[in-house]
Design a protein around this ligand. Sequence first.
Ligand code: PBG
Length: 340
Amino acid sequence: MTPPPSPAPHSPGAFPRVRPRRLRSTPAMRRLAAQTTLAPAQLVLPLFVREGATEPLPIGSMPGQVQHSRDSLRAEVVRAAEAGLGGVMLFGVPVTRDATGSAACRADGILNQALADVVAEVGDAVVVQADLCLDEFTDHGHCGVLDAHGRVDNDATLEQYRAMALAQAEAGAHLLGLSGMMDGQVAAVRDALDGAGHHDVALLAYAAKYASAFYGPFRDAVESTLVGDRRTYQLDPANRREGVREALLDVAEGADVVMVKPAMSYLDVLADVAAASEVPVWAYQVSGEYAMVEAAAAHGWIDRRRAVEESVLSIRRAGADAVLTYWALELAGWLREDVR
Ligand code: PBG
């Protein structure tokens, strides 16, 4: 039996019966029909803390963002908790750096001190997260230690990551963000944490982290010393399938959450990873994405609030359960206004 022909949506001379515009007719109708939502709990705020800073220092390439002092960081994390954000992600900017990034692994290193400060202040009211990577702490600026030929040594780096993870867990971090893109980093860190009884510290794997020009402003923010690039460890922007491969490997190694980074230029990868992953998938709207919108808005070329909201909503729509964004606090404030 052949099914009866479906009625033509629009026969010549007649008015259309099928009118998608009905669901767009009023704000209330649009709200009811919206498939994707935004809430403060889905936002994570990245924050920088600079060793020795006595007041917040503006970051030129990221207007509105600062390098915090230990005190101003504490206050900002309290605001994040009060706003109901999902979490904060801390990055440390040390004063001295060395070949192995040793300050990353010491309790008196700036990032570990800041973690302890923040956890003492807010407890577990907000998920306190730490960037687990050596690039801010090495004098050469790479995410790992170098071998005799100056190449990033994967397995020697894993030993440093294990030590760094223990220092962060001991400082009280709830979740560690593994952003170094070394092979086997999730398994190595999980093993180190479990061996020391830190079973409850969760791991976010920057699973599909691409070698991107959009990290430019961040490198100012952390005063990066990197010469060259990270193309031997971060993903090639040409590769879509490899993003899924990396994410599934990290899940198999024990990642609690996987992430795609940057966000807006990689929404295809994000959608693929979201379809394939059995753990939550996050995305990082990185410094360059932030800076582009801020710069255009400062020129009056774009409606800043609408661009911010649309960009984060698009990242959620593509499949991110949560988004790391420098606009997290401001956006949470707007979301509260919208409810009223
Ligand atoms: C590595 C790290 C980077 C970012 C987050 N973690 C820089 C890099 O890989 O070069 C970039 C974040 C951003 O651009 O906002 N520690």
